[in-house]
Each structure stands twice: as structure tokens, then as C-alpha cells.
Write a protein that binds this ligand. Structure first.
Ligand code: PEP
Length: 249
């Protein structure tokens, strides 16, 4: 049985007092035991978040990191710095990092290797642009992203990988992939992993869907047999909405 996971990506939202208020609510809302719940606050709120969530079963994830261990990289954060404050997982490859900060799959491959070497779990995001879907290139685009960023990893590394398929046209737009589109792509992704490694590894891999998941559409999206949960942006900023999504399985 692979993990069911719901992760909230807060992006550049929530200062110290907003973080405290949101996490206190989250901590007290009911969640099913079989779902792993994660939140990804801004760097400045990570330590505070691990303290506030102690004993809650909710884990804290970083939104990004640099591939280097240390050095002249002004404004950057290393895996060691994250591990040092108890952060054991990181989101890499989010479409905003790709489009606004020019992170390519080659750059991401280095970041993934650094995170894995530090013993961290990686939520790896990828997905096609609207034009690519319109031109029916989406299956090939996703295959290429995975090949460049992940498919030269050893099989043993995949225990630390969670995939998050996020069609760019659905992120923050209110437009969601239909449950059929999500399932179709997730099955394609699992097949690619199976072909590059083996069926056992592919079967054990959690593949999340991200892109305008809300309390009113989560249940339908999560019914896909290859959809193992969600990476949630906007709706993760509201405790009740986020927990409704966690409870949508
Ligand atoms: C995201 O940023 O990863 C995301 C899925 O955002 P939203 O849920 O707001 O579309």
C-alpha cells in the first residue's frame, strides 16, 4: 500500500502570527490516520512551524533549496541548514520556480541529488503548459521532465521521492484537470517509472495531483486509482478547506 499524502504549499504567504494562527487550527482539526499531511511554509517560518506542530503528526516541508552544501550563493538555503532545524523534506521543481526563477530539469536534477544525499524526502513537481496540452504534447513533455531530472537515480533513491503532477494551466487558475485527465496522466507516469525501473518500485510510489484542488473537487480527483493525494496551493491557506481536502479520500 502506498502512502496517501496531502501537502500544502503556502508559497510566499503567512507571516509569524498568521502561521501560528493557521497551524493552531490545523493541529486541532480531525484528520484520518492513514493520510500523511504536510505543510510547506516560507523559510522564515519553518522552525516556528516544527515547534508548533510537535506531536500533531503533520510534517513541515521546505519549498526549495540550493544544490550546494555551502558557499557564495547569496540568498540561498542548503540541505544542511534545513536538516539542522528538523526539516526532512523539500518541494523541488514547482512551476513557479521553473518559470520565475528559470530552474531547468538539469538544475533540478542536481537539487534532487543533493536533497537525497542529505537523507531528505523530495516532492518533485512537474507538468505541462497549456500550449503543450493543446498540441497533445503533454505525455511527451512529462516523460522528458522525468527522464532529465530523475531517471538516472538509482532505484534505492525512490523511497525518498514523491511525485507531484501539476499541469501549469491548472495552478492558481481555478481550472482543474478533470478526474479522468488526472488519472490518465498519473497512469502514464506510473508506467514510465515502471519501464525505467520496475513495477514494484512504481507501485510503491505516491503520485500527487496539484492544480486548483478545493474541498468541492478533491473527492472526485482522489478517486483515480493512480492518484495518491494532492499538492494544494490556495486552499492550504485556510485550515478548514485544507482539512476538508485531507478528509476527502
Ligand atoms: C501549487 O501551487 O502547487 C498549487 C497546486 O496551487 P493551487 O492549488 O492554488 O492551484
Amino acid at each position: 500500500m502506498r502512502d496517501k499524502i496531502v501537502a500544502g504549499n503556502w508559497k510566499m504567504n503567512n507571516d509569524q502570527s498568521q502561521t501560528e494562527a493557521l497551524l493552531k487550527k490545523l493541529k486541532h482539526l480531525d484528520k484520518p490516520k492513514e493520510v500523511r499531511v504536510m505543510v510547506a511554509p516560507a523559510f522564515t517560518q519553518l522552525y516556528q512551524s516544527t515547534e508548533l506542530l510537535q506531536g500533531s503528526g503533520i510534517s513541515v516541508v521546505a519549498q526549495n533549496m540550493n544544490a550546494a552544501d555551502s558557499g557564495a550563493y547569496t540568498g540561498e538555503i542548503s540541505s544542511g541548514m534545513l536538516k539542522g532545524i528538523g526539516i526532512n523534506a523539500v518541494i523541488l521543481g514547482h512551476s513557479e520556480r521553473r518559470s520565475l526563477f528559470h530552474e531547468t530539469d538539469e538544475i533540478l536534477a542536481e537539487k534532487v541529488k543533493a536533497a537525497l544525499a542529505a537523507g531528505m524526502e523530495v516532492i518533485f513537481c512537474f507538468g505541462e503548459e497549456l500550449e503543450e496540452r493543446k498540441s497533445q504534447a503533454h505525455f511527451e513533455v512529462v516523460a522528458q521532465q522525468l527522464k532529465t531530472a530523475l531517471f538516472d537515480l538509482p532505484a534505492s533513491a525512490w523511497k525518498q521521492i514523491i511525485l507531484a503532477y501539476e499541469p501549469v494551466w491548472a495552478i492558481g487558475t481555478g481550472e482543474t484537470a478533470s478526474p479522468e485527465q488526472a488519472q490518465e496522466m498519473h497512469a502514464h507516469i506510473r508506467k514510465l517509472v515502471s519501464e525505467n525501473y520496475d513495477a514494484t518500485l512504481a507501485d510503491a510510489l505516491s503520485i500527487l495531483y496539484g492544480g486548483s484542488v478545493k474541498p468541492n473537487n478533491a473527492k472526485e480527483i482522489f478517486t483515480g486509482k493512480d492518484v495518491d493525494g494532492g499538492l494544494i496551493g490556495g486552499a492550504s491557506l485556510n485550515a478548514e478547506d485544507f482539512m476538508a481536502i485531507v478528509n476527502a479520500f
